[in-house]
Structures are given as structure tokens and as C-alpha cells.
Write a protein that binds this ligand. Structure first.
Ligand code: THG
Length: 261
């Protein structure tokens, strides 16, 4: 599966302090560890504490690129912060994320095309974050239509139906599985489906188990990428094993070893 390492995010205290003290080593160490753990992309989010979000994003991208070649996922709700990151990107890149209303999608699809970037699109619009299946799928349809209009390669489109905490509303996990199943049917080939997996267990006491269980169930429903804690080895192994069970990888006695490299 395509994994996006979540750890370079200013919401974590070590990263917040590294930003404040311009301590490149902390960030580079996280970039290397997540790369070694198998991250396909490294998410980069400046968080809310940074005074100058544009220059902080540039600095993070630059120090990460000094350490690893792993593609970066520029994570911000603000277009200017994404654009600042794009100015200094050297390798493949992902934009995380665009909201799913047509006007916003026009801007982000254009930008993604210009930079040959992958693009995460959230199933939310000006009315907010839908909490039901049908509105999420309706917005996913708009995203697929826009991607088609802009002749985007579907392999570059990642739809994120916005995973909420299991402790917020226990009807949501089953809704999400239904949404994944429906998104897979929207086009051939279908877009990728992704979520911020750690949202699921935020503020709970069994984070690793909850994340691992939901990820396994989500993979059976069609999820093929996640923004996640790639440093959680049990979680990574559960992802590999689930994909093998779904026949996306050949079984052998050394299937874990084979997939880890
Ligand atoms: N979708 C997309 N992008 C996203 C999200 C999403 N980016 C941000 C976020 N959601 C995904 N990243 C995280 C990172 C960490 C946590 C949750 C989501 C997290 N942190 C712990 C907590 O808050 O309890 C620990 C924090 C700490 O140790 O300080 O859970 O949904 N496209």
C-alpha cells in the first residue's frame, strides 16, 4: 500500500520545538526513520504554532530533502503554504489537500497538473464535513468528474472521506467502509482512497490496536493508502498482511520480509 508518514507535523511537541529552534537534525531523523520504515511519502505540516507558515514550510522541505529523497506530501489548508512548499520541492510531490467544491478543485487540479503532483481531495465543501454516506459519495463524484475534466491520471487522485474519532461517533466507521466500497465503483481505473488513520484513535487509550483494526477492515473495503504512523511496526505489518490476504501480494513464508524491503 501507499503509506504517508504523519510524523513531521507541528502538532507533535518535538517537531514544534525543532521548528522554533531551527533544529534540522530532529526533522531529518524523523525523515530517515520513516523512510526506513517504508513510508512512500512524508507528510509535512507546519502546525498552528509556527509564526511564519510559508517560510517554515520551505525550511522543512529543504532540510528533509537534504536527508532523504522520499517524496513529500505538503499538508496545509492554506493554498499559499502549499505554493511556498512547491517552490522548493525537488522530487515527486503530493498536495494535501483540496476541499471538494468545484471552484476549489479547479484551482488545485490546475496546480497539481502544473507540478505533476499527486492530489488528496477531501469529501468536504463549503457546507462543511458531511457525516453521512451519501453526501461523501456525492462530493467524491464531483472530484472524479473534475479529475476527468482536467485529464488527471486517476493514479494521482487520492480521495479522503475524512475519518473521525471512534470516540466521537460510533456509527462513522461502518459508514466509512461503505463510502470506500462506493468510491471504488466511480471510475475505471478508480482513484486512490486515503484517510488520516490516527484521527480514528485520537484521545483514546488503545491507539495502536484501534488504528490497526480499522486499517485492516478498511483495506478489505478498498482503502489502498493512508496517512499513518509508519513507525508503528505492528500497524505496518497488519497493512502488509491485509494486502496479502486480499491477494494483492503473493503468499510465501517470507511475505512480511519481502514486503518490508
Ligand atoms: N486527512 C488528510 N490530512 C490530514 C489529516 C486527515 N493531516 C493531518 C491529520 N489529519 C493527520 N495527521 C495526524 C497526526 C497525528 C495525529 C493525528 C493525525 C495524532 N496525534 C496524537 C494525538 O493527538 O493524540 C499525538 C500527538 C502528540 O503526541 O503530541 O493522533 O485526516 N488528508
Amino acid at each position: 500500500m501507499i503509506t504517508i508518514g504523519e510524523r513531521i507535523n507541528g502538532m507533535f511537541t518535538d517537531v514544534k520545538n525543532a521548528i522554533k529552534n531551527k533544529d534540522a537534525k530532529v526533522v531529518q531523523e524523523l525523515a530517515k526513520r520513516q523512510t526506513d520504515a517504508g513510508a512512500t511519502y512524508l507528510d509535512v505540516n507546519v502546525g498552528t504554532a509556527a509564526a511564519d507558515q510559508l517560510n517554515t514550510m520551505k525550511w522543512l522541505v529543504e532540510v528533509i530533502q537534504e536527508a532523504v529523497k522520499t517524496p513529500i506530501a505538503l499538508d496545509s489548508q492554506k493554498l499559499e503554504v502549499i505554493k511556498a512548499g512547491l517552490e522548493v520541492i525537488k522530487n515527486d510531490v503530493m498536495i494535501n489537500s483540496a476541499q471538494g467544491d468545484p471552484e476549489t478543485l479547479d484551482i488545485y487540479m490546475e496546480l497539481a497538473k502544473k507540478h505533476n503532483a499527486a492530489l488528496i481531495c477531501l469529501t468536504m465543501n463549503k457546507d462543511g464535513v458531511p457525516q453521512n454516506v451519501d453526501t461523501r459519495v456525492e462530493i467524491a463524484v464531483t472530484i472524479v468528474e473534475k479529475a476527468t475534466e482536467y485529464r488527471m491520471d486517476m493514479d494521482k487522485i487520492f480521495i479522503d472521506p475524512i475519518l473521525l474519532g471512534v470516540n466521537v461517533d460510533q456509527k462513522q466507521p461502518a459508514y466509512m467502509l461503505e463510502v470506500f466500497n462506493q468510491i471504488k465503483l466511480l471510475s475505471d481505473p478508480p482513484p486512490h482512497i486515503t484517510v488520516g488513520l490516527s484521527n480514528f484513535s485520537q484521545g483514546t487509550k488503545e491507539k495502536s490496536l484501534l488504528n490497526r483494526t480499522f486499517l485492516t477492515m478498511a483495506i478489505t473495503a478498498g482503502l489502498d493508502t493512508a496517512l499513518m504512523d509508519v513507525l508503528d511496526k505492528d500497524l505496518m505489518d497488519a497493512a502488509i498482511c491485509s494486502e496479502m490476504v486480499m491477494n494483492k501480494q503473493i503468499y510465501s513464508d517470507s511475505f512480511l520480509k519481502a514486503a518490508r524491503k
